[in-house]
Each structure stands twice: as structure tokens, then as C-alpha cells.
Design a protein around this ligand. Structure first.
Ligand SMILES: [Fe+2]
Length: 462
């Protein structure tokens, strides 16, 4: 039973979200047409899947153009039917030749003779949503009960869980939807402006981790944060709000074209320093922690099995001549975004004694070689990814496997949606020298073995 306070909060949120939805609808009543490109660009819905939509109520973002497109692409498409209060929804196929009838709550539904089907992808209407993938519906609990039932059924049969995609105007986002034990999270949120994954493991876990480990500084490589392809301004803001102080990137930095336009105005977002001169953005940043310590973050990209770029080894030498550990910098962290472990190790040794940490990114798998090198710098060949490890480097398995096994064109790669693991490296530095005193891996959530450093003393930088 939820408290009166929570009920009141939900009522207030519903009123606010409904007002914002009305305004967004009035400004762009045909915004639903934009969903077609948004969804088809950002995610792969495997051929032949059963997709349920909804018949929009006045002011709701219209999913019908998307449903029609999906049907043309060979998906079976259906609509929900309310049977009675306190029961899950059922779904009936929707074809053009099925005239809709008015169902309960005056919602248009397929007629009783339309075949019933079990959706594998659900487009879920809502009143408000938050960045964590939680939604506020209309208060009947129909979708929570339905998702709970479908998720349990899939688990019992060993099938993939259904994909729940919340659909709303961007204006319907609120910072935090109150959650109860019956609330079912969404896997993705789609608005007329963007598509993003709910339940992001970094956004969900970082605030607690930052508090538990008394972290002074947090760096995230965000080049795959937008469903596996690049990063958007909105995701940057969410990561900063969750406690990230600086975002590094790599070869996927421009996957979302908007990044080219906003990177120069975001001092916390870096791209590799060895990109050609004149490239928007910058390759290193100087920051100050709340304790007044100066942190320098450098982002470089390797060249082995990667695009040709300026020499990162020459660049690091120049950058470390300017940013001197224990001199004008209390900590220096290098994210070396590279494919080959040999290149990353060579960089680690070259920078040893002149940086607090050299950490590799890009290969998406955490390595077990975290250590303090002979001259005092922490090092790890790859920090691993934050995402679903029941995948091929974060992507749904079927498409990469098909690419390896058949010499045929395949679907576009799509990010895997299972429970994510937050992977990272924790470093405690010496206040005087800036070198590493302690280095430990972090793996939280998802399928990998779990490990979290214990707080022993006050870390200067992590
Ligand atoms: Fe990469």
C-alpha cells in the first residue's frame, strides 16, 4: 500500500506531465511521424517479431505511423484490449481490414474475432517518465501487470524477455518517478527527439558508488552511450547529473551528428587529442575537485587496427610536459582508447611515473592486469564496458554471429538489453605526488563476478 505522500506526489506529477503533453501536442501534433526514423535508426527489431502499439488518446504521441511501417516490414502488429480492472491486458492483431470497436474506457480496440497474440515488443503509452526508465501511467496498473506477466512467462520458457519501449513527448520527462515494488521498468524510451535506454547501469548505480567510496572525481568513456553509437547532449547531462565529472570518447565520438555541434560548448566532454588539428572539441581537460585538487584528463586513441591518426606517443610526451604530476596537476588520468593490448601496455609504461592512471578503453572487456607500475602509475589494459555482457561487446548476439558465420548482409547492430554490469577502475592517489597508492577494479550488477573496493582512507582521486 503506497503512502499518502507518494499518492499525492504521483497526482502532482500526472498533472504536470499532462499539461506538458498538451502543450507538446499542440506545438507538433504530427510528431508521431518522427518516431519511424527514430526507432528504425536506433534499434533493430528482429524480422517477424510481434509488436503491440496503442491507439492514441487525445494528445498522446501517435505510434500509428510506426505501426504501419513495422507491418510493412513484416512484423505482426496488434493493439491492447482491456478485459477488466485489476487484470493484465490482452493483445489482438490489428490489420487494416479489422474495423476497430470502442472498448473499455472508450479506447479503440480490435474486434473480438481478431486473433489474440503475445507481443515480443510493446510500445507503452505513459504520462511521465524518468531517465531511469520508470513510467507513470494513468493509475490503472494495466501495463505493470501485463509486463510482469509477460516477463515471467518468457523467463519460465527460457525465452528472451519482451522489449518494453515507452513512448512520449520529450516534455513528459520528469527527474524521478516514485517507484513501488509493482512498477515495471521500461527497456527503452522513445520521444519525438531521441531514443535512449532506460535502466542505464551507470545512471542507476553511480550516485551510490560516488557516496560509498567518497569519490573525488569520476571519468566515464561515453562514446557508446547512445544505444551503442556515440553520445548525445541529453545523455551527457544525465551522466553529469549522476556524478560523472568528465566524459572521454574515441572512434565513435561522432556517431550522433549532434555531437559535432555541441562538443565545443561542453568543457567536460573530450575527444581524442590526436584527432587532426581543427577538429571540434578538445583532447584534454583541466578540472578542479570539490577539495580544490587539480585533475587533468587526457584522451588519446591508438593506431594499431584503428583509423590512422597522429602519433599518440609523441602527443602524450608533449601533454605531460605541460601538465606535470605533483607540479601543476594533483592527478593526471589518461584514457587510451585502443584496440591492441600491446599498444596500450607500451603507452602505460611510457607514461609511468608521469600520470596517476593510464587506463585502456574500446575493447569492452575488463582485463585482470590492474596494477601499480614500477614508477607509481596505476594501469589497466581495459576498464571494460558498462552494459549487458550477454552480448558481443555490448551488441545483441544474433547479428554479430551472423556476420561472422555468413557472408551475407545482416541487420544493423543493436545494443543488448539485458541487465548491465558497471565496470570501472578505482584509484586512490597520493596527495603529495599524485601517483597511485591503490588500484582496484569495480564490477557491479549484471552477469560478471562482483567486486567493489572497500573504503579505507580518503581517496584523492578515483
Ligand atoms: Fe571505441
Amino acid at each position: 500500500m503506497e503512502s499518502q505522500e507518494t499518492t499525492d506526489l504521483k497526482t502532482a506529477l500526472r498533472e504536470t506531465a499532462a499539461r506538458r503533453r498538451e502543450a507538446a501536442y499542440a506545438a507538433d501534433p504530427r510528431a508521431g511521424e518522427k518516431l519511424v526514423d527514430q526507432v528504425l535508426h536506433a534499434m533493430t527489431i528482429s524480422p517477424g517479431l510481434a509488436v503491440s502499439g496503442y491507439w492514441p488518446l487525445e494528445g498522446e504521441l501517435d505510434v500509428r505511423p510506426l505501426l504501419v511501417k513495422l507491418r510493412h516490414l513484416g512484423h505482426s502488429v496488434g493493439l491492447p484490449v482491456v478485459i477488466r480492472k485489476h487484470e493484465p491486458l490482452i493483445f489482438r492483431a490489428w490489420h487494416d481490414h479489422h474495423d476497430l470497436v470502442e472498448g473499455k474506457f472508450k479506447i479503440m480496440t480490435p474486434p473480438d474475432h481478431a486473433p489474440e497474440f503475445v507481443p515480443e515488443v510493446l510500445l507503452v503509452p505513459l504520462l511521465a517518465f524518468d531517465p531511469y526508465g520508470y513510467r507513470l501511467g494513468y493509475g490503472g496498473g494495466f501495463y505493470d501487470r501485463t509486463l510482469d506477466k509477460l516477463r515471467h512467462q518468457a523467463k519460465d520458457k527460457g525465452h528472451h524477455p519482451p522489449l518494453a519501449i515507452g513512448v512520449a513527448y520529450a516534455a513528459q520527462e520528469v527527474p524521478d518517478v516514485p517507484r513501488g515494488p509493482y512498477d515495471q521498468p521500461l527497456d527503452w524510451i522513445v520521444t519525438e527527439r531521441s531514443v535512449f535506454k532506460g535502466r542505464d547501469v551507470v545512471i542507476e548505480r553511480l550516485p551510490g558508488l560516488r557516496r560509498d567510496l567518497a569519490l573525488d572525481f569520476v571519468i566515464a568513456n561515453g562514446e557508446n552511450a547512445a544505444g551503442g553509437f556515440g553520445i548525445t547532449q541529453k545523455i551527457c547531462q544525465e551522466l553529469y547529473a549522476a556524478g560523472v565529472d568528465c566524459i572521454t570518447t574515441g572512434n565513435h565520438v561522432w556517431d550522433q551528428k549532434e555531437t559535432i555541434a555541441f562538443i565545443a560548448s561542453d568543457p567536460k566532454l573530450l575527444r581524442p587529442a590526436n584527432f587532426p588539428a581543427g577538429t571540434p572539441g578538445k583532447g584534454f581537460g583541466q578540472f578542479q575537485t570539490q577539495r580544490g585538487k587539480k585533475v587533468v584528463v587526457i584522451n588519446l586513441m591508438g593506431r594499431l587496427f584503428m583509423d590512422p591518426l597522429d602519433d599518440p606517443f609523441q602527443q602524450i610526451d608533449g601533454l605531460l610536459n605541460t601538465h606535470r604530476l605533483g607540479g601543476n596537476a594533483d592527478a593526471v588520468v589518461l584514457d587510451f582508447h585502443a584496440e591492441a593490448s600491446s599498444e596500450k601496455m607500451a603507452m602505460g609504461h611510457l607514461a609511468d611515473g608521469r600520470v596517476s592512471l593510464t587506463v585502456g578503453t574500446h575493447t569492452h572487456v575488463p582485463t585482470a592486469d590492474y596494477q601499480i607500475l614500477p614508477n607509481g602509475s596505476a594501469y589497466q589494459t581495459d576498464a571494460g564496458m558498462c552494459g549487458d555482457y550477454d552480448s558481443v561487446i555490448g551488441m545483441e548476439k544474433a547479428t554479430p554471429i551472423a556476420r561472422f558465420t555468413k557472408k551475407l548482409p545482416t541487420d544493423r547492430l543493436a545494443a543488448a538489453n539485458g541487465p548491465g554490469t558497471l565496470c570501472g577502475i578505482f584509484v586512490e592517489t597520493d596527495d603529495r605526488t599524485g601517483l597511485a597508492k591503490r588500484v582496484e577494479p569495480v564490477r557491479l550488477g549484471g552477469r560478471l563476478s562482483q567486486t567493489k573496493p572497500q573504503l579505507q582512507s580518503q581517496p584523492a582521486v578515483a
